[in-house]
Design a binder for this molecule. Structure first.
Ligand code: SDX
Length: 431
């Protein structure tokens, strides 16, 4: 971080405190309050971190007002149209687009680590068949630290690299196995002659009774969906991974914590909730009823797939996803999909409503993704596992950045305490 030349003056009780201001390469300046408590005996207060930077980072930048998303400086639009997921993984992990040789070596490394330790199959069998695949993924990924002991020492750069490759390589296998387990079909092993997205589709949809040929249209759409979900600054699940890793927890435990956080319907669980909402709406004539509910302060209902903490413009990922939805559904011959029609009409009516316009609520990444995933054959319960699969590289990139920071401190927020001050114990006979 460059030495700050600017500062902010905070005056409390007639006493002034100078707080350094750091300038970013893009985005707002930050006021450095690290010494504030020691100097002024006060905390700052920011539940939900609406105005708080928890770290510095060089990986991803979002301009919420302009609807811009950059990964290591490259726009998500360019990466979604010109790159592919494993190349984006390399970019996020190592900071630069790879040479052809480096890309080939990286893809070969990932491809040759897609199998899961055979004994881990027993973990799947411990779940009920109706378990949510996210519950299974959280458990199995956490259990990886019980099998891959040779990549849990985070002080060893080589072990950090091994854990990185293992998690990126094995997440599709785990997600596919979680799906197969819940539908009672046999697990399908990965193949080394398939690309990352094709391998995942085959592990999900192939059955031993017949050959399975990956549709290149679906594989390209799957790969693009992975790319659109790869990383997104300090969102809730990434912040969970960073906080877990700040205590020195092993990478598998940290990623399992990220999966658990992503599951929430306000976060990665929104793609499942959004499609369920669109199905509940059912037909365009019911849209006004749901928009009225979303606007009603006394109704907890929200339009799922709408709104975002950072984007106050279109989520650029939603724009690409919407184009993909049109393309994939047309190619699959389901372009008259009634749910897609409801989604497009809902978007149009919401965006023309002052409530959403005034609050700058636009469709986010989750609004269209479920429509594509359902058309590809996935049940809604697999939408968030696919988000978790794709976001693993983002979590790991942020984890690597944090634990290689020599100034790393354990994350330990303070609080505004509103409870009882000290009082004497009352024996039960006197209560
Ligand atoms: C993801 O952070 C990330 O980067 C996340 C993510 C990633 O890639 O990691 O982008 C992925 O999580 C996308 C978001 C998926 N979630 C949903 O689609 C769920 C529906 N949306 C929300 O619940 C909400 O918009 C959030 C959680 C996404 C953002 O919430 P904020 O930033 O805390 O905003 P808020 O709840 O304070 O809302 C501001 C106002 C409120 O009204 P007022 O109290 O000011 O009157 O807008 C209203 C809210 O009631 N509002 C909505 C709404 N979202 C916000 N009203 C109706 N429908 C909605 N969807």
């Amino acid at each position: 971080m460059a030495d700050s030349t600017k500062s902010a003056t905070l005056t409390i009780g007639g006493k002034s405190y100078e707080l350094p201001i750091h300038a970013p390469t893009a985005g707002p300046d930050v006021i450095d309050i690290r010494k504030l408590y020691g100097q002024a005996d006060v905390f700052t207060y920011d539940p939900g971190f609406t105005s708080t930077a928890a770290c510095d980072s060089t990986i991803t930048f979002i301009d919420g007002e302009e609807g811009v998303l950059l990964h290591r400086g490259y726009s998500i639009g360019d990466l979604a149209s010109k790159s592919h997921y494993l190349e984006v993984c390399y970019l996020l992990l190592y900071g630069e687009l790879p040479s052809p040789k480096k890309l080939e070596d990286f893809e070969s490394l990932v491809t040759n680590h897609t199998m899961l330790h055979e004994q881990m199959i027993n973990f799947f069998r411990g779940f009920r068949r109706d378990a949510h695949p996210m519950a299974i993924m959280t458990g199995v990924v956490g259990a990886m630290s019980a099998f891959y002991h040779d990549s849990t020492d985070i002080s060893d750069p080589h072990q950090r690299e091994v854990a990185t490759i293992r998690l990126i390589a094995k997440m599709p296998t785990i997600a596919a196995m979680a799906y197969k387990y819940t539908i009672g079909q046999p697990f399908v092993y990965p193949r080394n002659d398939l690309d990352y997205a094709s391998n995942f589709l085959r592990m999900c949809f192939a059955v031993p009774a017949e050959d399975y040929v990956v549709d290149p249209i679906l594989s390209r759409a799957m790969d693009r969906i992975f790319t659109l979900h790869a990383d997104h600054e300090q969102n809730a699940s990434t912040s969970t991974v960073r906080l877990a890793s700040s205590s020195g927890a092993n990478p598998f435990a940290c990623i399992a914590a990220g999966i658990a956080c992503l599951w929430g319907p306000a976060h990665g669980g929104a793609n499942q909730a959004c499609l369920e909402m669109l199905k509940e709406i059912g037909t365009p004539d019911r849209i006004p009823e749901f928009i009225a509910r979303a606007k009603d302060k006394n109704d907890p209902f929200r339009l799922m797939g709408f709104g975002h903490r950072v984007y106050k413009n279109f989520d650029p990922r939603a724009t690409v996803m919407k184009e993909s939805a049109d393309e994939v559904l047309e190619l699959l011959g389901v372009d008259n999909n009634p749910i897609l029609q409801v989604a497009k009409e809902l978007e149009k009516e919401a965006l023309s409503d002052p409530y959403f316009a005034d609050k700058k609520l636009f469709p986010n990444v989750d609004f269209y993704s479920g429509i594509i995933l359902e058309a590809m054959g996935f049940p809604t319960s697999m939408f968030t596992p696919i988000f978790a699969l794709a976001r693993t590289v983002g979590w790991i990139s942020q984890w690597k950045e944090q634990i290689s920071d020599p100034q790393l401190k354990i994350g330990r927020p303070r609080q505004l305490y509103l409870g009882e001050t000290q009082r004497d114990y009352v024996d039960i006979e006197n209560r």
